[in-house]
Design a protein. Structure first.
Length: 459
């Protein structure tokens, strides 16, 4: 029985070993070219081959893993500029400012008390007014020298106030007069109008990622909406007649793991998932779905190899799509692909195996979505491995790891059809060809929900 999501005819994606024939060829002729050099994008007039020898030829033209990520990011910059949209503050978290955030008012917009206490005028002791001043009330009456009035934090300061005396620093005598227990400086605990900014000041530039703190600043500065780069729209097409949507596997049918997983993962990468459609193994339905989609990115699952019902390559050729990446030198996930359907529309074809599909998401979809959303590339970082990881002779490996202290512990159950390892992982370790020994530092790809920040967005 095939693993969940595995498509008929899809190449094996053993994580540690080459295909037997490939390994034997290396032994016979170590200097032979087995197709692991870089390549240039394929044109629409040169679709991927099918039939006998197609898998070997596609592997020969596969793109190096770092290069594939660069191509995906560059592809997102190749179309026309996406028009900014205005969104309410409540919908802006995680988006990027398309216009600078300029102050619409002075902050604060009037002199305010920074503490609970008394507003006092002149030197003490002071006679205290009966009624206090609360936040949100209209301008209070002017103080005269020798007067004080109870005041709350955030309340407007009466005219001619010298300072605010904190509650813990004041005491009243038997005659009801207020005394200070320490020296009081002029302007103490008063936030003057415009202390933080003046109307028209630039608070944040174009390109700023909208965090919870940015939302607070925008609200304080008078904004109800902000101009942002819109979320990339993504449509997911689930391929395969063998997939069940509920219940236990039976009679050669298997549960679909990618349909439930991909939408949430794509949202965590900052996308708006507009539809999840199950097409089965229907070439006509796939072609209709691709030609009618208005999404910025179409993501397909399975069907990227050369089996009898793998329709992605021939359908892309029929509609004149341009193959930018046709296979990547990475395990798991090497049958993944990236194509340009139209000027501002791309397709990422994921392998059907679940962990291989995750590899495709982080290799091709993540840099493309990040660039479309105008998010900055994350700063690369590395940690030492707690255990030795066997590598592929000339392909990169992506291994689920758990981050503990200052090291990364590789997780088991990391085969291409397995999700048990990635479900417990904090990141994927980028293991170079040949493997990595214990203590060797390797690059890490944070998973969206494990990374610090606001990349986690499941709604």
């Amino acid at each position: 029985m095939t693993a969940p999501g595995t498509r008929t005819g899809e190449p094996s994606e053993d994580t540690d070993d080459l295909d037997v024939e490939e390994a034997l060829a290396l032994v016979r002729n170590p200097k032979a070219d087995h197709g692991h050099g870089d390549r240039t994008p394929a044109s629409p007039s040169a679709p991927a081959p099918h039939g006998e020898g197609a898998s070997d030829d596609r592997h020969h033209r596969a793109t190096a893993w770092p290069r594939a990520r660069e191509i995906a990011a560059r592809a997102a910059r190749s179309g026309t500029r996406r028009a900014p949209v205005s969104v309410p503050l409540g919908d802006a978290l995680g988006l990027v400012l398309a216009a600078s955030l300029d102050a619409l008012t002075d902050l604060p917009s009037f002199d305010t008390s920074a503490m609970d206490g008394w507003a006092v005028a002149g030197p003490g002791p002071w006679a205290v007014r009966d009624e206090g001043v609360l936040a949100g009330h209209a301008r209070p009456e002017r103080l005269t020298d020798g007067e004080a009035v109870r005041i709350a934090t955030g309340a407007r300061i009466p005219a001619d106030t010298t300072a605010v005396l904190r509650s813990e620093h004041g005491r009243t005598d038997g005659k009801g007069r207020l005394h200070s227990s320490r020296e009081l400086g002029h302007g103490q605990d008063i936030r003057p109008r415009g202390q933080e900014c003046r109307t028209g000041d630039q608070l944040l530039p174009v390109g700023t990622l909208i965090t919870p703190a940015v939302l607070g600043l925008a609200a304080a500065a008078g904004y109800d909406t902000v101009s942002v780069v819109p979320r990339p729209r993504v449509e997911v097409l689930v391929l395969g007649d063998e997939l069940l949507t509920e219940g236990l596997p039976r009679e050669g049918l298997i549960r679909d793991a990618l349909g439930p997983m991909l939408p949430s993962w794509l949202r965590a990468l900052g996308a708006e998932v507009t539809a999840v459609r199950r097409l089965g193994d229907d070439a006509k339905a796939l072609r209709k779905a691709l030609t009618s989609s208005n999404a910025d990115l179409v993501v397909t699952t399975g069907g990227t190899a050369s089996g009898p019902v793998d329709h992605v390559h021939p359908t892309l050729a029929r509609i004149g799509a341009e193959l930018l990446v046709d296979g990547v030198k990475v395990r798991p996930g090497h049958p993944m692909l990236l194509a340009r359907i139209r000027e501002n529309q791309h397709l990422v074809g994921l392998p059907g195996n679940p962990l291989a599909a995750v590899s495709g998401l982080l290799t091709l979809a993540e840099p493309l979505l990040r660039t479309l959303a105008a998010h900055p590339a994350p700063e690369p970082y590395a940690l030492p491995l707690r255990e030795t990881v066997h590598g592929h002779p000339y392909d990169t490996r992506l291994i689920p790891v758990m981050l503990r202290g200052d090291g990364a512990r590789p997780l088991h159950y990391n085969g291409p059809a397995m999700l048990r390892g990635i479900a417990a992982a904090d990141a994927l370790a980028v293991v170079p060809p040949g493997g990595a020994r214990q203590g060797q530092e390797v690059e890490l790809l944070d998973l969206p929900w494990a990374a610090a920040g606001i990349g986690v967005c499941f709604t």
